[in-house]
Design a protein around this ligand. Structure first.
Ligand code: ATP
Ligand code: MG
Ligand code: FE
Length: 335
């Protein structure tokens, strides 16, 4: 069974083909980062235009790399939301056109379900499991009792982890996207600045990063006023220490409470070296728990993850018709 995945929710135009749900046979990602960098963030209109230019090239390259014809495909999976509406529309329309022209079943996929299913490209999933989702727009703990079942047990009340990384990076004058730059600096600095951690009350699996972000901005501002030199490396290290502390601690509570067999990590911030090391240290050797962390290329946006999720949903009988529409605010619910 071959599934073609298409992903255009933000600033990556991506197409991939997955065999039997778990094996990558083609994985093409055209990043637009260079086009958005000078604006310090993703410009939606520019993103949509790039997708339109790149989409055909990208999925044709994926088909060529896989040495497949359209009639070999069992399904076409596409990100229907959440994301930028114009960007999503380009992918949804391309997928609909291909599905209609070649008479192939179409499956709409939630972008975060995709991020989570990136893990299945590494290991077969075992339930119940917990997924720590840390991306540009989401910070969530998701409980799964079976394939296609998603229960959000905690989420961010304000900024997502990746958003906080990008905003702090911007304040430090680092280029977009700032996550990898903070990560690099953090490793050279010391977490010597005292920054807050938002625990949000006992037993809460929710997150909040806007207070931390403001604390970093205030610390930098106050230091400047008093003519104190703060080393950006120490600022990065202190910020990162706070983020990791909260993420790892809350994940630990959830792992204990829900007695899961696997802990999956998903989303762009899962590419963070400090976070990966902290999760390994805390969970890799826990009795009865398997920790899965995808390689960096499967943490950030890609279409392999969309095809992986689409493949499972297709097996469950999920189908979309040609009325499928982009849904920028799509909620993660069970299929
Ligand atoms: P969402 O998936 O929530 O819709 P998105 O698709 O824009 O949002 P991703 O592509 O999953 O988000 O992740 C991008 C985010 O990951 C950016 O905020 C980026 O700064 C962050 N990121 C990437 N690498 C790292 C890293 N090494 N350390 C921290 N953050 C990182
Ligand atoms: Mg991106
Ligand atoms: Fe994403």
């Amino acid at each position: 069974q071959y599934v073609l995945g298409i992903e255009t929710s933000c600033d990556e135009t991506a197409a991939a083909i997955i065999k039997n749900g778990r094996e990558i046979v083609a994985n093409v990602v055209a990043s637009q980062i260079e086009s958005h960098k000078r604006f310090g963030g993703v410009v939606p209109e520019i993103a949509s235009r790039h997708h339109v230019e790149q989409l055909t090239i990208v999925f044709e390259e994926a088909m060529q790399n896989a040495e497949l014809k359209f009639e070999d495909l069992s399904a076409i999976a596409v990100t229907e939301g959440p994301g930028l509406v114009g960007a999503l529309l380009t992918g949804v329309n391309a997928a609909k056109a291909l599905a209609f022209a070649h008479n192939i079943p179409l499956v709409g996929v939630h972008h975060i379900a995709g991020h989570i299913y990136a893990n299945r490209l590494i290991k077969e999933l075992e339930f119940p499991l917990l997924a720590l989702v840390v991306s540009g727009g989401h910070t969530e703990l998701v409980y799964m009792k079976e394939h296609g079942s998603f229960e959000v047990i905690g989420e961010t009340l304000d900024d997502a982890a990746g958003e906080a990384y990008d905003k702090v990076a911007r304040t430090l004058g680092l280029p977009y996207p700032g996550g990898p730059h903070i990560d690099r600096l953090a490793h050279e600095g010391n977490p010597s600045i005292d920054l807050p951690r938002a625990w949000l009350g006992e037993g809460s699996f929710d997150f909040s990063f806007s207070g931390l972000k403001s604390a970093v901005i205030n610390t930098l501002h106050n230091a400047k006023q008093k003519d104190i030199e703060l080393d950006p490396k120490d600022v990065a290290a202190s910020f990162q220490a706070s983020v990791i502390d909260v993420l790892v601690t809350k994940t630990g509570y959830a792992v204990d409470k829900y007695k899961v067999k696997q802990l999956l990590v998903a989303g762009g911030v899962a590419a963070n070296k400090g976070l990966r090391a902290a999760l390994e240290k805390e969970f890799a050797t826990r009795e009865g728990l398997e920790l899965i962390i995808p390689p960096l290329s499967l943490c950030t946006d890609n279409a392999a993850m969309i095809a992986a999720a689409g493949s499972v949903l297709y097996d469950k009988g999920v189908r979309s018709d040609l009325a499928l529409n982009a849904n920028p605010g799509l909620e993660l619910t069970s299929y």
